[in-house]
Structure formats: C-alpha cells, structure tokens
Ligand binder design. Structure first.
Ligand SMILES: [Zn+2]
Length: 288
C-alpha cells in the first residue's frame, strides 16, 4: 500500500445514488470500502485521481503481476477460455481490452483468431505487441477505433473491469468495438461470494488497484444498461471446463467445518464462486 492520499469522492457509477454505506477500511490497501444501498456496487470512496490511478501501473506492475514463471499456466488458461468462446462464436476477430502482457492474444493467434489488444499502459502495449505479434493499441475503450480496425466478433476483458475509473461507462463503450450480434466476455471478482462475505476487510481482492467490485446482480444491471443482451453469469472455474473432473473434497475436521460454513453463507444468499465470468451480446441490427 502506498499511503498516498486519495480525494476523489464519487457517487455510485452504476445507479447514481449517494446513499453509500461505509463497510470498512480494507486491510491490504488501507482504502475505505463502501457499498451502494441502491444497487449493491462495492467500491473505494474516495477514488484515486486520474494521475494517481495511472501511477498504479508503472512498468514494475507488469513484471510483478505477470512473472515469466506463470507463462505456462497462463497459456493453458487461455486455451481453455478460447475453447469455450469458440463453442459460442466460432473463430473470428477479437479485441482483448486490458491485454496486459499479451499472453491471451498470443494464444488466440495460434488458434487462427485475428486478434488485437488494448491497454492504457504504454509498457503493457509494448510488452503485449512483442509477446503476441498482434496489433496492440494504447488507450481505453473510450478512444476512437484505430484506422483499419473494424468492429470485432468478440471483446474480452480478463480481470480488467475492476481496475477502471468508470467501469460502467467502459461497458457501454464496448458496443462500439463489437459488431452487431458480437459477444462480450468479462471476468471479474464476485463481491457477493462466500469468500468475500467471510473474509470481509481481509478479502484478497481488496488490493489497491481493484477500484470496483460487482455482484452478479450489479454486473447484470450494468451490462443491460450498456445495451447488451442475453446476459449470462457463471462461475469462472467452470468456464471452458465442461467435463474436467473436479478435485475430490478434502477430508478431516477442519475441511468439514469449512464446508459447513460455506454452505451456511450460500443459504444466506451468497454465491459459492469467488470469480465470475459474464457473457453478453450486442443486439443484432433490427432487434436493438
Ligand atoms: Zn448504486
């Protein structure tokens, strides 16, 4: 945690409410966490200024978050995700928004995708272009489409939404990059998970650069308000994993107690999954 003072106080970006409940100060980041009483969106208040937010992504961020030793796992994960996406959309063109080091782009290209990347960080843009050989654009989803870049079949956002200064506006911008009928795929952490509920201020997702946390309900609302349709939200661990054997449950007293505790939280209305994937489509022409 940097300890630098943030002073950008915000209303709820999703429903506009000022009726915010202060939950706690997060242990890892030292930032104040609030939940909107209108829509349940969870976020830091105050937020960083644009300059402070940009400073969170210095070049050492990418070395830290994408160490070379995780490359094999990242590659396997990208194949699993693409297997599932191809079941829904075939192989075509895609934009990976918040492409980071570009591993997903590189794998997509090996599978025949016409892939392009987008990232706000100049060091990520350089790294991703080198890693993948794909065109990688600097900026956010609000920037104009680069010359020669047509709207794509699929826009992906892997662990990106929670980093954005205005994630709700960004979702609306995705429709400019998607062709009519195109597929949007978003992975983000679930603020309504059992883990979030019992960890509270110590939830591992409350790191400094995760500015917003959605529940499945809030994410669905944000996507529908952005003009997207056919919204579906599921456990990220199951995405692209049809048929993969789940590990057998651990035995012993503590494991059983843990499962009972989780079951109680699920009964209380929380979701068993800590990370979720939402898919949605830009309505085809004539049906919007
Ligand atoms: Zn709200």
């Amino acid at each position: 945690m940097s300890g630098e003072v943030w002073s950008l106080w915000v209303d709820c970006r999703l429903c506009g409410s000022r009726d915010l409940r202060v939950l706690f100060t997060a242990t890892r980041s030292g930032r104040q966490v609030v939940r909107c009483r209108g829509c349940g969106l969870v976020f830091y208040d105050p937020q960083p200024s644009p300059a402070q937010a940009a400073a969170l992504y210095s070049s050492d961020y990418f070395a830290r978050e994408y160490p070379a030793e995780t490359e094999e796992g990242q590659t396997r994960l990208a194949h699993r995700r693409l297997t599932r996406i191809e079941m829904e959309a075939g192989v075509g063109s895609l934009l990976d928004a918040g492409c980071g080091a570009g591993r997903f782009l590189a794998v997509a290209r090996t599978r025949g995708w016409k892939a392009a990347g987008l990232d706000v960080s100049p060091s990520a843009v350089q790294l991703a272009a080198t890693t993948s050989g794909a065109p990688v654009y600097e900026g956010d989803l609000g920037r104009p489409l680069p010359p020669g870049q047509a709207p794509v079949d699929v826009v992906t956002m892997w662990d990106t939404l929670e980093h954005l200064a205005n994630p709700v506006a960004a979702l609306a911008e995705t429709t400019r990059w998607l062709r009519p009928g195109g597929l949007l795929v978003i992975q983000t952490q679930n603020a309504n998970s059992v883990t979030a509920a019992w960890m509270g201020r110590r939830w591992e997702q409350f790191v400094e650069f995760h500015l917003y946390h959605f529940s499945p309900w809030a994410l669905r609302l944000a996507l529908e308000r952005a003009g997207l349709a056919a919204v579906r939200i599921e456990d990220a661990d199951q995405f692209g994993d049809a048929g993969r054997a789940s590990p057998s449950p651990a035995h012993g007293f503590r494991a059983v107690l843990g499962r009972l505790r989780d079951r109680a939280w699920v009964l209380a209305g929380h979701d068993a999954f800590n990370v979720m994937i939402a898919t949605a489509r830009r309505p085809a022409r004539g049906t919007a």
